[in-house]
Design a binder for this molecule. Structure first.
Ligand code: NDP
Length: 499
């Protein structure tokens, strides 16, 4: 069922408490473009194979709690096979190709992703819970454009690193999370292949299916066997992969806790490492900001992808003089957000990715209430089944509250206020993270002044959550190190030698 807010926003002029006079008709995207297999194997050396020992696990649809497919549960023996296949392809086939030839394959993959975009979008929404309009308009097009962008660099490494010779590192091991499964795959596989590396990738256990569909794309593109390998399995398998002696580069996106474990696991080796971890971004709104635009930016910043975004604008810092107006407008806007079936084209907030994540969000929201913050949630029905959470707004938040310090990774916004730019900087930087930030103001000089003082890898001005393959992304402090995207992202997959 698609829920609807039962009160009209004040801006509609119907008077507080009046029922919305109309209802959206359901607009479900057809699922039949996706052919789910009952079982998925590991993708090693160009073929799907069962895990050694034959164990499997189930991937479920978080919107219905129904199983989608059984997926092979890799063992360390499978990790070893995949890494050996990648090593062999790096030496014998992929690593021997010219940049121009590698580019052809990457362009081909990008084209296939575009051709099969609806299939990928529907599958991604089924497996992850994200709204179809986001997988269709953001995840899949961006994934295709990353392959397109890095295809362009594959034969131009001499121009990317003038005066140096760029050599591939060897075998790259991306370990990726569940919030943007296909996009995180593209962020890592595209630059790795462009630079001449081969890959063994481990997707998150709650969202393995788009990576396995991508394996089919590799076959369709006629990629030499072993160039890309996909192994599915629990966290220990991620660690077995990261610490495998023949892996040369580990690229991890996920929680700070696991990032630290991986850092310890590879310490003392000569493996290259990039870590893209959590965040607690400040979205700062000054009193001269275009308010209606800022409201859209705040909503996009925290409710996009159910707030399951490492760079989400989860702390709103609003100048005190306009706080009341901004909060009223936000509450008004929240009542128009539609929570429900991820495959409905009108849905703004889909399902939370897993039961665990829903429990984590619920627990942190309860802590906000217990610590004295004021909770606001719009009136909206949630579907009877599935992992759903209402868009949530906390006011009266103190810096010391857990909801102001910990990454919630859910549709929960904490509002704090400030009086001066110095106070805004002080509060924004008062976090162990440093991934992203937003500034809303009419003054260009203020944007530049704020951006230079904010400890965040990405600072958006009068917008939020904008991504582009040409632009580097990454963090400071406990948000990790290394950059993905752009030429910086290419640098992470090469060894530079003197001519
Ligand atoms: P994790 O960091 O546990 O998972 C990310 C990836 O790492 C998954 O592929 C996971 O596999 C794998 N992994 C898990 N344990 C290990 C290990 N010991 N060694 C190597 N790889 C491992 O994130 P969660 O899914 O548990 O989410 C927990 C919290 O992390 C969220 O609530 C959120 O705050 C944050 N998070 C941040 C993300 C970001 O983009 N910065 C993305 C996802 C989560 P598997 O799925 O099999 O466990």
């Amino acid at each position: 069922m698609i829920p609807a807010p039962d009160r009209a926003p004040n801006s509609w002029g119907l008077g507080d408490g009046q029922a919305i006079p109309w209802e959206y008709a359901p607009a479900p995207e057809a699922r039949d473009i996706v052919t789910l297999k009952e079982r998925y194997g590991l993708f090693i050396n160009g073929r799907f194979v069962p895990a050694t020992g034959g164990d499997t696990f189930v991937s479920i649809d978080p919107a219905t709690e129904q199983p989608l497919a059984r997926v092979a549960r890799a063992t360390p023996v499978d990790v070893d096979k995949a890494v050996r296949a990648a090593r062999s392809a790096q030496k014998r086939t992929w690593g021997q190709l010219s940049g121009r030839e590698r580019a052809k394959y990457l362009f081909r993959i990008s084209r296939i992703l575009q051709e099969r975009s609806r299939e990928f979008a529907v599958l991604e929404s089924m497996d992850s819970g994200k709204p179809i309009k986001e997988s269709r308009d953001v995840d899949v097009p961006l994934a295709a454009s990353h392959f397109w962008y890095y295809a362009g660099w594959a034969d131009k490494l001499d121009y990317a690193f003038p005066g140096r010779v760029a050599r591939p590192l060897g075998v790259a091991a991306p370990i990726i999370p569940w919030n943007f499964p296909l996009l995180m795959l593209a962020w890592k596989i595209a630059p790795a292949l462009a630079a001449g590396n081969t890959v063994v990738l481990k997707p998150a256990s709650t969202t393995p299916l788009s990576a396995l569909l991508f394996a089919e794309v590799c076959v369709q593109a006629d990629l030499p066997p072993g160039t890309v390998n996909i192994i599915t399995g629990p966290g220990e398998i991620g660690m077995a992969l990261a610490t495998h002696p023949q892996v040369d580069k580990v690229a991890f996106t996920g929680s700070t806790e696991i990032g630290k474990k991986i850092g310890r696991g590879v310490a003392g080796t000569d493996k290259a490492l990039t870590l893209e971890l959590g965040g607690k971004a400040a979205n700062i709104v000054f009193d001269d900001a275009p308010l209606d635009q800022a409201i859209e930016g705040i909503v996009n910043g925290i409710y996009f992808n159910q707030g399951e975004v490492c760079c989400a604008g989860s702390r709103l810092l609003v100048q005190e003089s306009i706080a009341e107006t901004v909060i009223d407008k936000l509450k008004d806007r929240l009542s128009t957000i539609r929570v429900g079936d991820p495959l409905d084209k009108n849905t703004d907030v889909g399902a939370i990715n897993s039961k665990n994540q829903l429990e984590k969000i619920t627990e942190l929201v309860a802590s906000g209430v217990a610590e004295g913050a004021d909770l606001y949630q719009p009136a909206c029905d949630l579907p009877d089944r599935g992992y759903f959470f209402r868009p949530t707004l906390f006011t009266n938040v103190a810096q010391s509250h857990r909801i102001a310090r910990e990454e919630i990774f859910g549709p929960v916004l904490s509002v704090l206020t400030f009086r001066t730019p110095d106070e805004a900087i002080e509060k924004a930087n008062n976090t162990s993270y440093g991934l992203s930030a937003g500034v809303w103001t009419d003054k260009g000089s203020r944007i530049l002044a704020m951006a230079s003082r904010l400890q965040a890898g990405v600072v958006w001005a009068n917008t939020f959550n904008r991504f582009d393959p040409t632009s580097p992304f990454g963090g400071y402090k406990e948000s990790g190190f290394g950059r993905e995207g752009g030429m910086h992202g290419l640098h992470a997959y090469v060894r530079l030698e003197d001519r």
